[in-house]
Design a protein around this ligand. Structure first.
Ligand SMILES: O=C(O)CCC(=O)C(=O)O
Ligand SMILES: [Fe+2]
Length: 348
């Protein structure tokens, strides 16, 4: 029996489980499997000490160079001394655990004492046609445009969340401006176009999964934002794709993970890389993570900040709409290749 707070994966997706035991997996799923079942390996992700940004010019420049190199080579890196205290991280984690412990039905229909979470609950993968496409996870995807603390149900959680959002958004803007500077751009683009109220926080829970690795905690994907700041707990399971190999991102206390998103890749004209990542579900332990997505307004036009441009210009709203349409139509996101001039009319 699944605990009452867990989403009903088995009963709701019964057809997928039944089909799986009868047919193994479909041709389409085998294809997905072939793409993603490359051998996992261990690698040290770049780890950057941000305290150097406050030191003399030389150390600070060194640090900025490392950030740009990591974004270029990996699209994924870890930071320490980032200014987000372990106290606030721990507080967020406690509050997050409390909300996820609520009965499933309450989470679906909106938690009365947490007004600001209303309608933000997601679980599983509604478009999944086979087990391999089912995400064994649940999440609250919270737009920060909801006036978190001015809503009726002001709770300890809404205060913590607001505090967290403020510190992390400062860090996101700082990193984005450094990456822009290293491309030779004038400061200000992110301050102007990515107001904290346009950004999102996603709190995720990955219940332990007896049938791992048959299903993922989260399917392979790239992030549709400029950059993501991720905090994962000590369980592990996050992996990124590098040179065709999946690399495990080992949890490290007090570090935050920075992930370059599609918009930065387009804006930097492929200099910075938005890389695929996924979460492998754990057989025995539940896992929690919190992601902050640095996003512009939907009207913001994304085009290469340099002279030539690989992708055609698009607004963020258009990009998001295209992602949603593709997921509906093909069962998966196509992302940036959709905006290559030659790809406009081609089915992926
Ligand atoms: O939970 C994680 O470690 C990754 C989450 C993630 O990639 C996302 O929410 O886009
Ligand atoms: Fe992601």
């Amino acid at each position: 029996m699944e605990p009452i707070s867990d989403p009903p994966f088995r009963s709701f997706y019964k057809k997928l489980f039944d089909n799986h035991s009868i047919n193994g997996s479909s041709a389409k799923c085998n294809e997905i499997e072939a793409l993603h079942e490359t051998k996992e390996c261990e690698f040290e992700l770049p780890l950057i000490d941000l305290s150097r940004l406050n030191q003399d010019g030389f150390s600070s420049e060194d640090c900025k160079r490392e950030i740009a190199e990591a974004a270029q080579e990996w699209g994924f890196f870890q930071v320490v001394n980032h200014g987000v205290s372990s106290e606030i991280l721990e507080k967020m984690r406690c509050e997050q655990m409390k909300v996820f412990k609520k009965p499933f039905q309450e989470k679906v229909s909106g938690l009365r004492e947490f007004d600001f979470l209303a309608g933000s609950y997601r679980w599983g993968t509604p478009s999944a046609t086979c087990l391999r496409q089912l995400a064994w996870s649940e999440a609250f995807h919270v737009p920060l445009s909801t006036e978190i603390s001015s809503m009726a149900g002001v709770t300890g959680f809404s205060i913590t969340m607001k505090e967290y959002a403020k510190i992390v958004s400062d860090l996101a803007e700082k990193l984005a401006e450094i990456l822009a500077e290293k491309l030779g751009q004038k400061p200000g683009f992110f301050k102007e176009n990515c107001l904290p109220s346009m950004c999102y926080i996603r709190m995720s829970r990955y219940p332990f999964c007896p049938i791992s690795p048959q299903v993922f905690g989260l399917m392979p994907h790239t992030d549709s934002d400029f950059l993501t700041i991720l905090h994962q707990d000590h369980i592990g399971g996050l992996q990124l794709l590098k040179n065709g190999k999946w690399i495990a991102v080992k949890p490290k206390q007090e570090t935050l993970i920075i992930i370059i998103g599609d918009l930065f890749q387009a804006w930097s004209n492929d200099v910075y890389k938005s890389v695929e990542h996924r979460v492998v579900a754990n057989k025995h332990f539940e896992r929690f993570s919190i992601a902050y997505f640095l996003c512009p307004s939907k009207e913001t036009v994304i085009e290469s900040c340099g002279e030539s441009s690989t992708y055609r210009r698009f607004s963020f709203g258009e990009f998001r709409q295209q992602v949603q349409d593709d997921v509906k139509r093909f069962g998966h996101k196509v992302g940036l290749p959709r905006f290559l001039p030659s790809m406009n009319h081609i089915n992926p």
